[in-house]
Design a protein around this ligand. Sequence first.
Ligand code: SF4
Length: 374
Amino acid sequence: MTFEQGPIRPPSEAESLFIRVTRNCPWNKCLFCHVYKKQKYSRRTVEEIKEDIIAMHEASLKVKAYALKAGDGVNITRDTLEYVYRREPELLQIALWLYKGGKNVFLQDADNLTMPAEKLAEVLSFIKEKFPTVERITTYTRSKTVSRRSVEELKMLREAGLSRVHIGLESGYDPLLAYMCKGVSAAEHIEAGLKAKEAGLSLSEYVMLGLGGRALWREHALETARVLSIIDPHFIRIRTLTIRQGIPLLEKVQTGEFQPLKDDEIVREERLLLDNLDGTGYYISDHILNLLEEVEGDLSHDKAAMIGVIDRYLDMPPEERANFRVGRRVGIYRYLDDMHDARRYSQVESLRKRLQQEGWDEDEFLDDFRGRYL
Ligand code: SF4
């Protein structure tokens, strides 16, 4: 019972069923990205994908049969999961998906709209046929690819079952998009985003804080806000640039050509972005690498509160900010209020003291720690 799986999915799709439609990334040139660097892009045939869906469907029938045997009726319970784990652990992924409701599917990998629209529609219809309980099917794609699709094609995909596209906008500033080899312009981002919305697709755009570095942070924030305000996507998801092994940008950092921002500078950049951002969608900071995860809300009425969180952080004395940064990065804190827990606060202070004794520069330690996350 095997089926192909790609390496990544958005955090919001953690409980989805993953179906691999294409392999890797057809572009694969962005300087900040490490994900597919050693792998070549290829398309899978509709037959190959259908074989995977059939295998997943058979797996789901087996899991349901185990549920009946375990006395759980048609429901997949924790007992069913244990039963499956003991007898056929390779079914666990499907069992977990059914346990979570069996409603969401995420198509892998980086840009599935490269597949001819009729073929992708055939795959989407087949998913719906085999899994009638599925309510949401989403995929990653690139603005460049969407901009080349007609609204009619996108509508056809929506009618076949596609619910949402996740797009890496990263920045709205053209010179920065070119520098980072993103392979798309701000105008194409806008065109793609508006087309997706016109076709009735839910739109999730990813922004990368810190991408402008010391030289372009201001333009990055302002132009990204401008482009996003025009598109007004349903979701804006925040990511933070991380300098790590495997990204081409590392070489430019080592030569000094690109100077990354420190955490507090990134927070100021985010403030500028938010201050200039208009929209009606939801702004989400759903990634461990973002310093202020609680900057989140509905742009139509939570913007002041979100900026308030940023100002609360920036108004803290430098020592308190340093305490929060360390605590957040090593997983002791999640939110600013976590610092009020005296036990956790002193745990962070002990760690800081140890770093000092071991001769660490705190910023270097934090950069090093950040680079270890996926
Ligand atoms: S398009 Fe996406 S997956 Fe491809 S290289 Fe760029 S960031 Fe990575």
